[in-house]
Design a protein around this ligand. Structure first.
Ligand SMILES: Nc1ncnc2c1ncn2[C@@H]1O[C@H](COP(=O)(O)OP(=O)(O)OP(=O)(O)O)[C@@H](O)[C@H]1O
Ligand SMILES: [Mg+2]
Length: 506
C-alpha cells in the first residue's frame, strides 16, 4: 500500500454554532489507500467536521488541502459541495438524502449525470452499477422506488451512489449503523480491497469491533477537539474508550429475574402492514413482565410490520394481539399509548421527533393532553420549560439549548430526547426498535441501563435490533425473524443465530 502520499489535510479547522464549539482547531491528515476511523461521543463534532470537507459548512477558520489530479496539494474552495466533488471527495451521510419517489438507479445517477443523458446512459449506468455491486457485495433493487426500501437497503444505495461517482476520498458517516454484522464485514472487506486501488476512506463509527478490525488509524474527537490519534495496531477497546470519554465505561450488571404475567401476546398474527414488502406470517410471540425479548434479523424481513403492529400503525389481517391480556380490536398509536406502550422508533428523524420544533416542545409532544402542559388549549410554557430543563439534565441531552430546533441536535442526542420521553411515561410494554443505532459507547450503555431498569420495574420489552451483540447482551430470550416468520433461538451462539438470520432452519 502507498501509505506515504498525503491526499488530504485539514488544518486548524474551527467551527462554532452560537455558543456551541463544534470543532476546535482540528488537524487531520489522510494518506492514500488508508482507512481512517473518526471516533468520538455523540455531539463530539465528527459530522460537522466532515460536512466542512464536503462543502456543506464553511469553517470559521482553518484550511483544507486536497491532492489534485496533477499530484499537487491544492487548497479546496470551502463551502462549495461541487468543488469538493470535483476534487474527488464523496460523502455518505449519517441521515438519508435520497429522493423517495425516484428509483434506486435514478438516485444513483442523480448528481453525476445530466438529466437528458439519463435515457441514453441508463444501460451503461446499469452495467457500471452492477459491476460495483458485484465487486462490493452491496446489492440493491435498481428499479424499485427508494420510498419502498428498508433503512438497510437505503444505506446500501447511498454507498453505491458515492462509489458510482468514482471518488478518491470516501467519507462514510456511520455507514454500518443500519447493516447486519455480516453485511458490515463484507462492506469493509470490499472497502479494504478498494483501498488497494488507491481509495482513501474516513469512516465514522461507534462500533469499536469494526473500527479495530478495519481501520489503519484512529482519530478521536472530544468536545470538538482532537484528543488523540493512534495506529489501530496499537489500539484496543479500553484505550479507545478512555480517549473518547476520558474515563473507562461501566458494564451493565445484569441479574436473572422471575417473569410475571404476559404484557404482549401475538397469537397466530398475520399482517401485511402497508407499504412494506415483507408481511408477517402466523406469528406467535409472548413477552412477560420483567422480560426482554430480542428479535434478531436482517432488515427487511418483517421487523417493520411487527413494529407497526405494536405501535398501532398496522392491524392484523388474522390472529389476535393482546396487551396485558386485553384483546386489541382498535389499532391506533394513541390507543396503544393509552394502553401503556412506549415506543423508541427505528427512524428517529421521521417518526421520532418533529425537527422544526424546539427541544422543549418535542419533550412534551406525547403529553399534549396533560393539564400541566396544555390548559384548555393554552400551552403552559413555564412547566414545559421546567420539564425540558429537568429531562436534559437527567438524560444528558447535549445541544444548543431547549429552545433550539431539534434538527440541530446530533444524532445521538436526538435519540436521548426520545428515550427521555418514553421512559418518563413509565410504559408497561416498550418497543425498542434499534434503540442504540448510532449511539456512542456511553450513550448506548445508558440506553441498556434504562432498558434493564424498566425490566426490573416490571416492564416487558421487545428489542428489535440488527446489532447481534446488543441482542445477546440484553435479551432474556431471542427470536430470529426471517422472511416474515419468527422462530425462537434455542442455541443462542452468535454463529447459530447468524445462520438463522440468513434463513437456515435451526
Ligand atoms: N447547524 C447547527 N446549528 C447548531 N448546532 C449544531 C449544528 N450542527 C451541529 N451542531 C452542534 O454541534 C455539536 C457537534 O455535532 P455533530 O453532529 O458534529 O456531532 P457528532 O460527533 O457527529 O455526533 P453523533 O455521534 O451523535 O452523530 C453538537 O452539539 C450539535 O448539537
Ligand atoms: Mg454525527
Amino acid at each position: 500500500m502507498m501509505k506515504n502520499t498525503r491526499v488530504l489535510s485539514l488544518e486548524n479547522i474551527s467551527k462554532r454554532f452560537g455558543s456551541v464549539v463544534a470543532n476546535n482547531s482540528v488537524n487531520i491528515d489522510l494518506y492514500r489507500g488508508e482507512v481512517l476511523a473518526l471516533l468520538g461521543e455523540n455531539g463530539a463534532g465528527k459530522t460537522t467536521l466532515m460536512n466542512m470537507l464536503f462543502g456543506h459548512y464553511i469553517p470559521d477558520s482553518g484550511s483544507i488541502d486536497v491532492l489534485s489530479y496533477e499530484g499537487q496539494m491544492e487548497p479546496l474552495t470551502l463551502g462549495h459541495p461541487q468543488a469538493s466533488l470535483d476534487a474527488g471527495i464523496g460523502m455518505v451521510h449519517q441521515h438519508f438524502t435520497l429522493a423517495e419517489n425516484l428509483s434506486v438507479l435514478e438516485n444513483i445517477l442523480l448528481g453525476s449525470e445530466k438529466i437528458w443523458a439519463w435515457r441514453h446512459n441508463r444501460s451503461n449506468a446499469r452495467d457500471k452499477i452492477t459491476k460495483i455491486m458485484n465487486r462490493t457485495g452491496l446489492s440493491a433493487p435498481l428499479d424499485e422506488e427508494v420510498g419502498k426500501l428498508t433503512v438497510g437497503e437505503r444505506q446500501r444505495v447511498e454507498i453505491l451512489k458515492a462509489l458510482y461517482q468514482e471518488v478518491k476520498i470516501l467519507v462514510l458517516d456511520e455507514p454500518t449503523a443500519v447493516l447486519t454484522p455480516q453485511e458490515a464485514d463484507t462492506l469493509f472487506e470490499n472497502i479494504t480491497a478498494m483501498t488497494k486501488d488507491g481509495l482513501s476512506v474516513i469512516f465514522i463509527s461507534h462500533k469499536l469491533r469494526e473500527v479495530l478490525a478495519f481501520s489503519n488509524r484512529i482519530a478521536v474527537l472530544r468536545h470538538g477537539k482532537k484528543v488523540g490519534e493512534i495506529p489501530t495496531s496499537e489500539a484496543n477497546e479500553r484505550v479507545i474508550a478512555r480517549m473518547m470519554v476520558g474515563e473507562e465505561t461501566i458494564e451493565n450488571p445484569r441479574k436473572k429475574m422471575k417473569i410475571g404475567s404476559p404484557v404482549l401476546q401475538l397469537n397466530g398474527v398475520s399482517s401485511k402492514g402497508d407499504s412494506t414488502r415483507t408481511s408477517l406470517n402466523r406469528t406467535n410471540l409472548t413477552i412477560h413482565k420483567h422480560e426482554i425479548v430480542g428479535v434478531a434479523g436482517v432488515s427487511g424481513n418483517g421487523q417493520s410490520v411487527l413494529a407497526k403492529l405494536i405501535s398501532g400503525l398496522a392491524e392484523p389481517d388474522s390472529g389476535e394481539l393482546l396487551i396485558d391480556g386485553k384483546n386489541i380490536k382498535y389499532f391506533s398509536p394513541k390507543e396503544m399509548q393509552s394502553l401503556g406502550v412506549g415506543r423508541i422508533p427505528e427512524d428517529r428523524h421521521h417518526d421520532g421527533v418533529i425537527s422544526a420544533m424546539s427541544v422543549a416542545e418535542n419533550l412534551i409532544i406525547e403529553r399534549l393532553h396533560d393539564k400541566d402542559v396544555n390548559n384548555k388549549g393554552f400551552l403552559q410554557n413555564k412547566s414545559i420549560k421546567k420539564n425540558a430543563e429537568e429531562l436534559i439534565e437527567k438524560y444528558d441531552i447535549r445541544g444548543p439549548g431547549i429552545d433550539a430546533n431539534t434538527a440541530l441536535l446530533s444524532g445521538g442526542n436526538i435519540q436521548k430526547l426520545i428515550l427521555a420521553r418514553v421512559f418518563e411515561c413509565m410504559p408497561n410494554l416498550i418497543l425498542a426498535n434499534q434503540p442504540t443505532r448510532g449511539l456512542d459507547l456511553g450513550a448506548a450503555n445508558e440506553v441498556a441501563r434504562r432498558l434493564l431498569e424498566a425490566r426490573t420495574r416490571g416492564a416487558g420489552i421487545l428489542l428489535i435490533s440488527e446489532d447481534l451483540d446488543e441482542i445477546l447482551e440484553l435479551s432474556d430470550r431471542i427470536m430470529v425473524i426471517h422472511d416474515g416468520s419468527l422462530t425462537e433461538a434455542i442455541d443462542v451462539s452468535r454463529e447459530a443465530i447468524g445462520l438463522m438470520m440468513a434463513g437456515e432452519k435451526a
